[in-house]
Design a protein around this ligand. Structure first.
Ligand SMILES: [Zn+2]
Length: 381
């Protein structure tokens, strides 16, 4: 048995904060103690810092010079190590539109590392972002590889490793896409609407077919008009959809995030990064797949048309941004961890006995002091 005591932390539970100790045994939270402070040889004094559930990022492409589309386990490991420094304990390696061969290779590489212990965050699966999108809202997705949904191809993607693809972003355009949504749902995959030009009524049909998630809401989708609510309006208006948001204060205005929270509530929003490979690196020119991107002033944009090309956001910043918008630390925990854990069935997202010890220790300014993945310290400032 591997035992460790985290002592003297400000432990953020679902509805209250207690000062006390957390006993970790074999990677799980064994006991939360407010009063008795037992002695263990393996103990870390948290010096009154916050402990919150580790962040979960269901949409991240890359960081620190690596991209999931590099198609190597090295790249995925680089991302894992980097995001742990920013409090992320679980993530979905996220693809871009590409050839079937490339995508299958990326799936195979991610499959090798899925739920294996790494030097950083755990890769619990893959988010396939594309290739079934609408060119009109392609954003930074390479148009060359965009095509209509094909159920046979989806079957091949899923067969690379059953249980690997957890989230599939697509545009629900036409009958074939509705069949694709039903099939994905039958295989336990969460289906997300993204890079989509469809209309409000189309989204309702997709929800009936099983659509349950929205990819970087407001970005890469038909926006709201008061006579045609579009995709964004359908997402805000539905309790059936978990809405991703890139809360970097660039992709959406902070007050748009407030509007989302007012419409959907804090249980239906997930902060994601959509981070690309330049995250954590200096300003300059980079690649996103085959496309040229430049990074300046915390923004990543396509060289060709200045369109936003993913972000350089980290989830510790998103966490802080929620609090700065006036929401509580409990709300910030939900939108960076709990909601995603519930949606994808992870035994995490909450500090409670029996849960995985995926934890982040935060300084008073919410910067990351320490990250633990399944009870092991993966980062210490
Ligand atoms: Zn993305």
């Amino acid at each position: 048995m591997e035992k460790m005591l985290l002592k003297n932390g400000k432990i953020v539970l679902a509805d209250r904060i207690i000062t006390g100790d957390i006993l970790l045994v074999d990677g799980k939270i064994k006991k939360i103690m407010e009063k008795d402070h037992p002695f263990y040889e393996q103990a870390i004094d948290l010096q009154g810092k916050y402990v919150v559930p580790g962040f979960i990022d269901v949409h991240i492409h890359g960081a620190n010079g690596a991209d999931a589309m590099d198609g190597t386990t090295e790249a995925l490991k680089t991302i894992s190590t980097f995001v742990a420094k920013h409090g992320t304990t679980n993530f979905l390696a996220t693809t871009l539109t590409s050839t079937k061969e490339n995508l299958e290779n990326v799936l195979a590489k991610a499959g090798e590392l899925q739920n294996k212990e790494l030097d950083g965050a755990n890769i619990f699966g893959v988010h396939m972002e594309g290739p079934y999108f609408d060119v009109q809202y392609k954003g930074a997705q390479n148009e060359k590889y965009i095509k209509p949904a094909g159920i046979e191809e989806i079957k091949e993607f899923l067969s690379v490793k059953p249980g690997l693809v957890k989230l599939f972003s697509m545009s629900p355009k036409g009958e074939a896409s509705l069949e694709a949504i039903k099939y994905l749902r039958s295989q336990g995959v969460v289906v997300s609407i993204g890079h989509s030009a469809v209309f409000f009524d189309d989204v309702q049909k997709a929800i009936k077919a099983g659509l349950g998630h929205s990819t970087h809401t407001f970005n890469g989708m038909r926006g709201i008009n008061h006579r045609e609510l579009g995709v964004a309006g359908a997402v805000l208006n539905s309790d059936d959809i978990m809405a991703e948001v890139i809360f970097d204060k660039i992709h959406v205005h902070p007050e748009t995030v407030r509007l989302m929270i007012r419409a959907k509530g804090v249980d239906k929003i997930e902060c994601i990064t959509d981070a690309m490979s330049a995250t954590g690196l200096a300003e300059g020119n980079y690649k996103l797949g085959e496309l040229d991107v430049y990074v300046k002033d915390n923004q990543a944009r396509l060289v060709s048309n200045d369109s936003l090309a993913g972000s350089v956001l980290t989830l510790d910043k998103a966490f802080k941004n929620i609090i700065e918008l006036g929401y509580s630390i409990f709300d910030a925990v939900k939108m960076t961890s709990t909601n995603a854990a519930k949606e994808f069935g992870l035994n995490a997202g909450e500090i409670a006995e029996g849960k995985d010890a995926d934890l982040v220790v935060l300084n008073p300014d919410y910067s990351v002091d320490m990250t633990l993945v399944k009870g092991k310290v993966k980062y210490k400032a």
